[in-house]
Ligand binder design. Sequence first.
Ligand code: SF4
Ligand code: SF4
Length: 397
Amino acid sequence: VLDTVDLVTGPLRIGDDDLAACVSCGLCLPHCPTWRVTGDEALSPRGRITLMREVQWNSAPIDDRFIESMDTCVQCRGCETACPSGVHYGRLIEGTKSVVARHTVRWWHRLGYAQLGHHRRVLMGSSLLAVAQRAHLLPQRIVLPRLPIRRRRLTSSGTDVWLYVGCVMDAWQREVHAATVRVLEAAGAGVQIAPGGCCGALHVHAGLSTQAEAQMRAAMASMPGDASIVVNSAGCGAALKEAGHLLGTPEAQTFSARVFDVHEWLATRLDRLVDGSRAGSTAQAVRVGVQDPCHLRHVQRTHLAVRQVLAPFVTVVELDDDGLCCGAGGAFSTFHPDLASDIRARKLGSIERSATVVVASGNPGCAMHLSAAGAAVLHPMEIIDRALRGVAIAGAN
Ligand code: SF4
Ligand code: SF4
């Protein structure tokens, strides 16, 4: 749904006002990971907007160069927060990707994305993958973290807040959910575990807008009532907060207003959490670097809350790359491994310079992407949970 839908004049599903807002100043370029590693104007935000204008306004064809330019956008939206003219780049790239998807998303990709809506299949498929992983049957090019064959069941403890558990994260990182539940309970909240399911974030990323809308409707139906919805995945939280924009209905707007990133929610209840802490000086001396997931920093814009909630427990260390994307980007690292790896190398350099023992990341995709290259990464909720329980934080990854 476009706010400026009546102004759409060309083949791309984007508004003319959004497209016209860019003044081609180039101030966003240093904040763009694909431009930083390639130096190619076509792989920069300004270059991508120029190409969109050619197609939308000047009847240029949707050719290979156009498709590559759009397909290689990580959708980190670092350009959006950097832009002094307020260009809504997220709307531009999402509308464009929904058109380009017919060239870039193969039928077997669509089949894979469709499975995310069937949570039992996701859990079973993940367990089978884990077995194949243990038997060394997976091709070497498939780089995955060690997957769990079984998962511990999560139990609801009240109805103060919903914990949204997602699809792949619930299959692969349920221990992060378990830690999140303990931290929320320590802050005094009774937690209701939402049924597993997909919010459509990966579908939006791939340009599959119809599938994304269906997933979002299912996610909304799975968490009825008016309790706050707490999310510990930056990508899912961003998608759920944008339900109103995606579906354009009053119900979706109301739903979005109930959604909070877990750090954002906890930052207003920190005193209760800190009062119950058994964290001692050992935990507080641990240097933790903070990796800002793009969907927390540039979309939800709640990344400072991560520092707020970590600060009473550990020594928070800033990375020196000004929040540049790590290259994970939904399924980006799967489809563009070389580019994703080059982008990640910059982040790894920044982590190394920070002299930290562990990096906190509030997004499962970023955590897996960085861990695959050897970085020690924990979710901030795991770090706080360990501090609260008096368990060693460093060296436990
Ligand atoms: S998107 Fe914004 S910062 Fe980037 S070139 Fe256009 S106006 Fe400048
Ligand atoms: S969303 Fe990220 S990768 Fe895409 S143009 Fe903007 S800064 Fe570059």
